[in-house]
Design a protein around this ligand. Structure first.
Ligand SMILES: Cc1cc2nc3c(=O)[nH]c(=O)nc-3n(C[C@H](O)[C@H](O)[C@H](O)COP(=O)(O)OP(=O)(O)OC[C@H]3O[C@@H](n4cnc5c(N)ncnc54)[C@H](O)[C@@H]3O)c2cc1C
Length: 441
């Protein structure tokens, strides 16, 4: 079999995942005396914070993705491969991938996270996740297909299913998605679908706890709820989903909402590769790491970002699953890997919390920068500025900026196209029952 990463005279570092953490680490290893191999199942980096804008027709998918080969153009010590990594063989210092086995001296897992349906197979099958560009495009197609189908639906129950949009999970992603759907309803649907009674379109936001944006300040929580109310979103707090069959959503308290579009943003879990010691996987399906991101029990396997849990007194569940935590860990790990290779002391990770923000449609956002908190138009501009600055690539920054300016003045959204119709693969009740059993056992 072809040797994918032959041993030269430099230590080999294999990084799995070209997300926020993986690319920061790889960039910081530029010109260092190591050979780096970056692997990702996609050939692009995804800017996840703007996925909801792709899903709601606000931005084109291309403007939130950036080719990984372009990021590392000219980085002589880096090789990139598109491949899905399946398994780690720690005893052999090898990983199993879709293009064959790859050897490493140091392995860094930066595989991020995926939607967590908490073992409920029926909900997982029927609800829409939004963690990747293909998933956001599926969602965009489904929303538009349902609106088209509603135009010709005679049955009132079917119309209600097609026109009720439910977002589950009141964290930043859920709040932003509900706000974007409400803007779509308010400014776009009434023009695009003149036959539609716009009052028939309903947007629900379901959250299990008493407040939205649980990790933010009380001001941000209250203000975001006010903003969503102003936009006509029905917020249901202390509400938990018990079942969803693709047509009817049921809540634990016995309420039902007919809906063909349920967007799941209620939780994430780390993407942990097979072959690793299951005892090292802690809450949220994250790998337990020490203060230099070394996975507990291993000597040359590291994990960072969403898939890593660095448990400290301050962060008993690990650091928050946000881009700055992944980026900061990637940056320090590059330094520490070189320290380890050069037999120098390592530096423990210290998280610098940059604060949190969420936008709720146009002109409205909430920002918590530690003790400085503000909401409204200025917060919205701050949100836009921060997201534009963190997007990878000048072209992407420009395209997104132009799109936002255009939408602001025209009240329009440019990408309401069903390019690739969304169709659920058929799965039988028996298959779902088996999946349910496997997940809960
Ligand atoms: C909808 C949404 C909105 C968000 N909004 C914000 C926000 O506003 N602010 C913020 O700070 N954070 C936000 N986040 C969280 C943030 O995106 C993550 O914390 C961050 O992406 C984590 O970085 P990471 O490097 O750990 O993983 P990721 O960026 O997720 O990258 C993981 C990479 O690993 C690759 N990969 C995974 N498994 C394999 C495999 N087996 N083989 C090969 N490649 C693999 C994936 O393709 C991906 O490229 C949001 C997340 C989502 C989903």
């Amino acid at each position: 079999m072809e040797q994918h990463f032959p041993k030269g005279n430099k230590p080999r570092i294999v990084i799995v995942g070209g997300g926020f953490g993986g690319i920061e680490l790889a960039k910081k290893l530029r010109n260092k005396n190591v050979d780096v191999m970056l692997l990702d199942k996609h050939n692009y980096h995804t800017f996840q914070p703007l996925l909801y804008q792709v899903a709601t027709g606000g931005l084109e998918a291309d403007s939130i993705a950036f080719p990984l080969r372009k990021i590392f153009k000219g980085q002589k010590n880096l090789t990139f491969r598109v491949t899905e990594v399946h398994k780690v063989d720690a005893a052999e210092n090898t990983i199993e991938t879709s293009i064959g086995m790859i050897d490493y001296d140091h392995l860094v897992l930066a595989t991020g996270s995926t939607s967590n349906f908490f073992g409920q197979a029926e909900i997982e099958y029927n609800a829409m996740p939004m963690k990747s560009i293909p998933e956001a495009l599926n969602l965009r197609s489904l929303i538009l297909q349902n609106l088209e189908a509603a135009q010709i639906a005679a049955d009132p129950l079917l119309r209600a299913q097609l026109l009720n949009f439910v977002v589950v999970g009141g964290g930043p992603t859920g709040v932003e998605t509900a706000g974007a759907l409400a803007e779509l309803k308010k400014h776009v649907l009434k023009n695009d679908y003149p036959e539609l009674n716009i009052d028939d379109v309903n947007i629900y936001l379901i959250e299990g706890s008493p407040e939205l944006l649980g990790a933010m300040s009380v001001q941000a929580q209250q203000k975001s709820a006010d903003f969503l109310h102003e936009l006509g979103v029905t917020i249901m707090n202390n509400a938990r989903v018990s079942a969803y069959d693709g047509a009817m959503l049921s809540l634990v308290d016995g309420q039902h909402i007919p809906s063909s579009t349920v967007i799941w943003s209620a939780g994430v879990k780390g993407v942990v590769l097979d072959g690793l010691n299951a005892e090292k996987v802690v809450r949220g399906n994250r790998l337990k790491v020490n203060e230099i991101n070394l996975v507990d029990g291993y000597t040359n396997i590291y994990a960072l970002g969403d898939v890593a849990a660095m448990i400290t007194d301050e962060f008993p569940n690990g650091h928050p699953g946000v881009a700055p935590a992944a980026i900061q860990q990637g940056k320090l790990l590059a330094k520490n890997l070189m320290n380890i290779i050069e037999k120098k002391p390592t530096e423990p990770f210290k998280y610098f919390d940059k604060g949190a923000m969420a936008t709720v449609g146009r002109n409205r956002a909430v920002v918590d920068l530690h003790k400085i908190r503000f909401q409204g138009v200025f917060a919205w501009f701050t949100w836009m500025f921060v997201h534009l600055m963190t997007l990878v690539g000048f072209r992407n920054k420009l395209v997104v900026f132009v799109n936002w300016v255009w939408s602001y003045f025209s009240y329009d959204r440019g990408t309401r196209l069903i390019i690739r119709p969304f169709l659920k693969e058929k799965s039988t009740d028996e298959e779902l029952a088996v999946q349910n059993e496997t997940k809960t056992s």
